[in-house]
Design a protein. Structure first.
Lengths: 112, 115
């Protein structure tokens, strides 16, 4: 049973464009929604995260939009750069942060 | 340098031969966890530990054991590895009780092949 569904599996965006990755969850006990970025040969690293009491969080070119009623959240990368090419994972955690459930990942390629 | 280290980074073994993948962190984190990453499946949590001597199962614990005798170390044990445990394994740690209790720091990964 996949608790966090992520789409698309892969994405190609032109340099300067907007990359959008979507996630949906089912478990209403989830209370924290991070996005992780992973470059080839490296471990994932936290990119940005949101709690369900806000609908949007922005950090530089990265924005999370959160829709609690629809149980969906998305990552927007503005002005995408070739250096953003990586695999992105959404995730969800219940309060207390004991477990972390990941989506299946989106491989992003930003073409020059 | 604050980091999570894993050893070995690469391992090829045969079915049934017990192995241990070590994980160590130098950030004095209370929480540690193991994940496996498989193509098309993302990362799945195997076990986690909220503190010394406290461990709990994640989503895919079958075939794995862990122990947490010291705060800095969290070894992953495969007592009788099978080919379906061929995967990329990540150890992670995080603080608790701070502004960012949720940020997990991941190690560089251990690529395990079981033949």
């Amino acid at each position: 049973q996949q608790q966090v569904k992520q789409s698309p599996q892969s994405l190609i965006v032109q340099k300067g464009g907007i990359s959008i990755i979507n996630c949906a969850y089912e478990n209403t006990a989830f209370d924290y929604f991070p996005w992780y970025q992973q470059f080839p040969g490296k471990g994932p690293a936290l990119l940005i995260a949101i709690r369900p009491d806000v609908s949007e969080k922005k950090e530089g070119r990265f924005t999370i939009s959160f829709n609690k009623s629809a149980k969906q959240f998305s990552l927007h990368i503005m002005d995408s750069q070739p250096g953003d090419s990586a695999t992105y994972f959404c995730a969800a955690s219940p309060s207390g942060y004991s477990t972390l459930t990941f989506g299946k990942g989106t491989m992003l390629l930003v073409s020059p | 340098e604050a980091q999570v280290t894993q050893n070995p980074r690469y391992l090829i073994t045969v079915t049934g031969k017990k192995l241990t993948v070590t994980c160590s962190q130098n950030m004095n984190h209370e929480y540690m966890s193991w994940y496996r990453q498989d193509p098309g499946l993302g990362l799945r949590q195997i076990y986690y530990s909220m503190n010394v001597e406290v461990t709990d199962k994640g989503d895919v614990p079958e075939g794995y054991k862990v122990s947490r005798k010291e705060k800095r170390n969290f070894p992953l044990i495969l007592e009788s590895p099978s080919p379906n445990q061929t995967s990329l394994y990540f150890c992670a740690s995080r603080e608790t009780g701070t502004k960012k209790p949720y940020e997990q720091y991941f190690g560089p990964g251990t690529r395990l092949t079981v033949t």
